[in-house]
Ligand binder design. Structure first.
Ligand code: MD3
Ligand code: FE
Length: 219
């Protein structure tokens, strides 16, 4: 759905750029198809287990490196022991284009070589609490792509989980890049607006978020 109310590109903090509607519908559809295949295995999409016995409401599958709280490994010891699917070069190229467009600098993506992707699926009840992503040994930007239902994303600060923060809606096709000091800002997803996605993406319900990252790890 095209926005009735325009959503202009916005800078939410140093290095944090939101580009509404960046990914064309056809590429959203292709990404949904790819995510469906990754969700099937070798490591299936599942609710990540937390160290204290809980599970996340979000369902996740990883590429390149497997993330579990709070480290990256090549194999998914907490799921089925399999090695995760490879991180495809076309996805790294999409990440470089994302950086160039987000920062309005054709060279901003040069040398960006993400080696892991976390694919998160949210049903209407899923949320993600405020957290920092600091299991990566690299300060390289995180590229985030959203598909499907709109969510309310909370972008915070680098020192506390609480205020000040900014709430922003992330809709299908939106790009968000978190680089520079914003790379280590607290952030979370407070709610998903069920039924707001366009089924033409191939996603009948729910929300997908794909983040591209540089782990800074070597085998
Ligand atoms: C800001 N995912 O997987 S994407 C996560 O929508 C995560 O699934 C959310 O937070 C989601 O860790 C938010 C936006 C995002 C991702 C990574 C960040 C924002 C970030 C890393 C640093 C700062
Ligand atoms: Fe995060």
């Amino acid at each position: 759905m095209d926005a009735l109310i325009p959503r202009p590109p916005a800078r939410l903090g140093p290095g944090a750029v939101h580009r509404p509607g960046w990914l064309p519908k056809e590429q959203q559809r292709q990404l949904v198809t790819a995510c469906r295949e990754w969700a099937a295995g070798p490591v299936p999409l599942r609710h990540t287990r937390l160290p204290r016995g809980g599970v996340m409401s979000v369902q996740t599958v990883c590429l390149g490196w497997h993330w579990q709280p709070y480290r990256y490994t090549r194999t998914a010891g907490d799921v089925n022991g399999s090695r995760v699917a490879a991180f495809p070069e076309w996805l790294a190229e999409l990440g470089r284009r994302a950086l160039a467009d987000a920062y309005d600098d054709p060279d901003a993506g040069e040398g960006y070589d993400p080696d892991t992707a976390l694919i998160n699926f949210y049903d209407g009840r899923a949320k993600m609490g405020m957290h920092q992503d600091k299991d990566e040994q690299s300060g390289a930007p995180v590229v985030s792509l959203s598909i499907g239902d709109t969510c309310l994303f909370r972008f915070g600060n680098t020192t506390t989980r609480g205020r000040p923060y900014t709430d922003v809606e992330l809709a299908s096709g939106d790009l968000f890049v978190f680089g520079g000091p914003s790379r280590f800002a607290y952030h979370g997803v407070t709610r998903v607006f069920e039924g707001t996605g366009d089924p033409a993406t191939g996603l009948a319900s729910g929300r997908l978020n794909i983040t591209l990252r540089v782990t800074g790890l070597t085998d």
